[in-house]
Design a protein around this ligand. Structure first.
Ligand code: GRF
Length: 192
């Protein structure tokens, strides 16, 4: 199977990025990570990518006076690569319809809740505080509404009496890594 070109967009820690890199190294993912891009120059995931010899770039939203200019800069960097897929892996910026129309490839996101429940940046805490007993994560295509695109896959986790916010976050994260990599593999199979 031929490899597809992906770019991974991050804002922080990069554990989903690490899972993608590991699957590639294991020969378990027909993907070439051509670039990792962060809006946050201090994102730990950038160091992780650099250590693996993956090209990194920072497009810092704080350098632009509005979303459109930030997105134009991001589009310019993305256009340098012949991308098949963009993976938002903890990328904490909302992307507009203008961006999605102009980006020319599929964009997917990993979100730590069972969408459509608990959209937004504090999904795990919101679900935990609400008291839901079944939590989980979702991989979905990105559209211009936050955490609303077509669902690709989901995984659920039963919240135990003994769970606290940190333990449930960790359990969800472990499932994220699995379903995100699986989703990328399935997309690669159809596109590669
Ligand atoms: C994950 O929980 C992901 O679902 C959310 O942001 C977090 C990113 O974690 N969108 P990491 O940077 O991949 O470790």
């Amino acid at each position: 199977m031929s490899k597809i070109n992906i770019s991974v967009l991050i804002s922080g820690r990069g554990s989903n990025l690490a899972a993608i890199i590991e699957a590639c190294k294991q020969g378990d993912l027909p993907v070439r990570i051509v670039r990792v891009i962060s809006n946050n120059p201090d994102a730990k995931g950038l160091l992780l990518a650099q250590k693996e010899g993956i090209r990194t770039d920072v497009v810092n939203h704080k350098d632009y006076s509005n979303r459109k200019l930030f997105e134009e800069a991001l589009l310019k960097v993305l256009a340098e690569d012949n991308l098949d897929l963009i993976c938002l892996a903890g990328f904490m910026r909302i992307l507009s319809e203008h961006f999605l129309i102009n980006v020319n490839c599929k964009v997917i996101n990993i979100h730590p809740s069972l969408l459509p429940a608990f959209k937004g940046a504090n999904a795990v805490k919101d679900a935990f505080d609400y008291g839901v007993k079944i939590m989980g994560c979702t991989v979905h295509y990105v559209n211009s509404e936050v955490d609303s695109g077509e669902i690709i896959d989901q995984e659920s986790i039963k919240r135990l009496e003994s769970d606290n916010l940190d333990s449930i976050k960790q359990k969800i994260l472990e499932k994220e890594h699995i379903i995100f990599v699986n989703a990328i593999r399935n997309i690669a199979k159809i596109s590669g």
